[in-house]
Each structure stands twice: as C-alpha cells, then as structure tokens.
Design a protein around this ligand. Structure first.
Ligand code: NAI
Length: 358
C-alpha cells in the first residue's frame, strides 16, 4: 500500500523539536510503523503544480494524508488522476482542501481527527478577541520601537466585559469559545448555525440563537467565525454582510480564510467600519508576501491580529492529531470500523452534517 503525506516543512525547528510531529521531517511518527508492516510512505511539502510530488504520487497512492496547515488541494481534476485512491485523512480538523463532492462521486472516504485541536483553536480565538478589543498589537509594537505614548493606544482600547459576542457556527470550537467567554461577563452571547444546540447545552453558557445572519451580525460587537468552509460559507462575510456589522465591530476568523472576502475585509478595516480583524487562516496558504491581510490597519494604526496558520498545531494538538491519524490508518488497514465522528465522507456519501445542509 502506498501512503502519500503532504505536510509542512519544519526545517531546523523540526530537527530540534521532535514533538513537531506534523512536519515533513517527523512524518507524524508514522514511518517506522508503516514500514514494519511493509507499506510505502512518501512524505513531501511539494504540493503545487503538475510536477510537484503531490501531483506525481497521487496517481497511484491508496491513502492520502494531508494537513490544513499546508493544504494539498485535491481538486476534482486531481481526483480523476488518483486512480488508486481509497481514503483521505486530514491530520487535524477541516477537510475543505479536498473537493468533498468529488470524493462522494468517486467513493473515496474522507476522515479527519475530529476534536483533536478544537481547544487549541478556541484558546486562540479568545486570545485574538482580547488582543483586538484591548488594542494589544500596536501597544507592543510601540514598546519595541522604544516609544511610550499611552493615549495613542488607550484611545482605541476597550474592555470585553459588557460586549455582545457572537459565533457563526456553534460546533466543537464555537461552543468551546462560548464556554471560555462566559467569565468575561459579556452583555450577551449569540450564535448563528443551522444546527441548534440542545436547550441544556445552550443554557449552560446562556447563549441565544439568531436565525437571520444579517440580524445576527448587526447585534454583535465581536463576531467569531467557527464553521467549516463549504459551498454555503465561501465568501459568506462579504461586502454586503459587512454593511450590516455594527460600526467599529471586531471580527475574528480562525475557521477558513475563504469564508471572508479578502478585499471586502481589508476595505472594512481600512475605513474603520471594522475596528479590527484577526485570525490565522488565509484564502491561499502559504499567504503571498503582498497579501493585503498581512499589513491592513484601521485608521488609528491598529486592528490587525493576523498570524500564520498555527492555532490548531500547537505541540499538544500535534500529539493528538498524530495519534488520531495513526488510529484511522490502523482501522483502515485492519478493516475495523472508523469512529463515526471522524467520518466526513463515507463510501459515496456525506456522513457529517457540518459541511452544508443537504
Ligand atoms: P464542527 O463540525 O464541530 O462544528 C462546525 C459547526 O458549523 C456545526 O455546528 C455546523 O452546523 C456549523 N455550520 C456549518 N455551516 C454553517 C453555516 N453555513 N452557517 C453557520 N454554521 C454553520 O467543527 P469544529 O471542530 O468546530 O471546526 C470548525 C472549523 O474550524 C473546521 O471545519 C475548520 O475549518 C476550522 N479549524 C481551524 C483550525 C485552525 O488551526 N485554524 C483547526 C481546527 C479547525
């Protein structure tokens, strides 16, 4: 059996830190085990273009392991080439880099390690909300520059207490974000999702569901995006929706870059309609050097909390998704049933309700 893994290059850091498991160098810890069973493992970060390792080896790989942090985009066209492919495993959470409709059509299973990094991301969301609301980044940059002008920072710094905070998507991550926000005494917590939380679960964090997206964003001081990327969420936060945001609201997106329209967000930050935008996910990864989200600022010079895609790849998360990837592979090899919560696309059909209403 040929297993192809497209992972990010860890370079010097991965040599010095073996817990960077999700890297080309450390190979999710899979090599000795797979080789002892007589399987072939190809690992690479070379994923773009027809002569890339990804496109070369996808032609006869039976198993594809990818990670959202350095996505190998398995398009419908590439599915045509992948004659031997039976199963795609996402080392992490979020399988939008695989054309899931093509996977259904071709009867290729798609599994992810559900829950493996949801706490990691939820913590990052709370941090990002706080750094925007409290105007942290320009304050730190001022200190590094050797300056000290408290009023320049304080004029755009607020408390999170008594704000209305809403999540688009109240699944594993969205709900954990809500749980972590309760101690900040928000004015209200809201969610927008086509799936309803059970009453007791909603009550535990005192969150209210709003069914209309425009109405939802118009009530929020802070919006956090925590739904998967699929046909129904691509470009969901666009110039039209942004007009319905409160003036001066903050937006945090650690879900997927393409859920937010790149130029509409940049324009809203530059005009001050959004006071800030933060997150770790980009419409293309790695993000080009001149990507507008790297440098956009609000009119007072702050409001940018962008970082590379790392919220779900902390060392703690890597340990969990490496061992989850191995379990999925073990089940596949031995013919054991997969944990249903990991199955996004089963044999010829969607098994998860999270990738759009069908
Ligand atoms: P989940 O499946 O537990 O929850 C997703 C929720 O989004 C579900 O309740 C679903 O009904 C809802 N949803 C789907 N479409 C929606 C729509 N159109 N409008 C409103 N809600 C909608 O997934 P989980 O574990 O919470 O992860 C969510 C996403 O976060 C992943 O799909 C992935 O894209 C992203 N993620 C990002 C990471 C990072 O490192 N930045 C790491 C892990 C996940």
């Amino acid at each position: 059996m040929k297993v192809l893994a497209i992972l990010y290059r860890g370079a010097k850091a991965a040599v010095a830190e073996p817990r960077l498991l999700g890297t080309v160098e450390n190979q999710l810890g899979l090599r000795p085990w797979l080789q002892s069973l007589g399987h072939e493992l190809i690992v690479s970060d070379d994923k773009e273009g027809p002569s890339s390792d990804f496109q070369k080896h996808i032609a006869d790989a039976e198993v594809l392991v990818t990670t959202p942090f350095h996505p190998g985009y398995l398009t419908a066209d590439l599915f045509e080439k992948a004659k031997n492919l039976k199963i795609c495993i996402t080392a992490g959470v979020g399988s939008d880099h695989i054309d899931l409709n093509a996977a259904v059509k071709k009867s290729v299973q798609v599994l992810e390690v559900s829950g493996s990094n949801v706490t990691s991301v939820a913590e990052h969301v709370v941090m990002s909300i706080l750094l925007l609301v409290r105007n942290f980044v320009p304050a730190h940059e001022m200190i590094e520059r050797g300056d000290w002008q408290v009023s320049d920072i304080a004029r755009n710094a607020f408390d999170l207490e008594n704000k209305v905070i809403g999540t688009i998507g109240a699944g594993r991550i969205g709900y954990r974000v809500l749980q972590r926000l309760v101690p900040f005494d928000p004015k209200e917590l809201l969610y927008y999702d086509y799936t309803s939380l059970p009453d007791a679960v909603a009550k535990a964090v005192n969150v209210r569901k709003v069914d209309d997206l425009k109405e939802f964003v118009s009530q929020c001081d802070v919006v956090t995006v925590n739904c998967p990327l699929h046909e129904g969420t691509q470009g969901l936060v666009n110039s039209d929706l942004l007009q319905h945001f409160k003036k001066g609201a903050w937006l945090v997106n650690t879900a997927r870059g393409a859920i937010c329209d790149k130029d509409a967000v940049a324009q809203a930050v530059k005009s001050g309609h959004l006071r800030g935008y933060a997150g770790d996910v980009w419409n293309v990864q790695p993000a080009p050097k001149d990507h507008v989200w790297r440098t956009m600022k609000n009119p007072l010079g702050g409001g940018n909390g962008m970082v590379p895609h790392y919220s779900g790849t902390t060392l703690d998360a890597q340990a969990r998704y490496a061992s989850g990837t191995r379990s999925i592979l073990e089940n596949y090899i031995t013919g054991k049933a997969q944990d249903p919560q990991n199955v996004i696309v089963g044999k010829g059909k969607y098994e998860s309700k999270a990738y759009g209403q069908r």
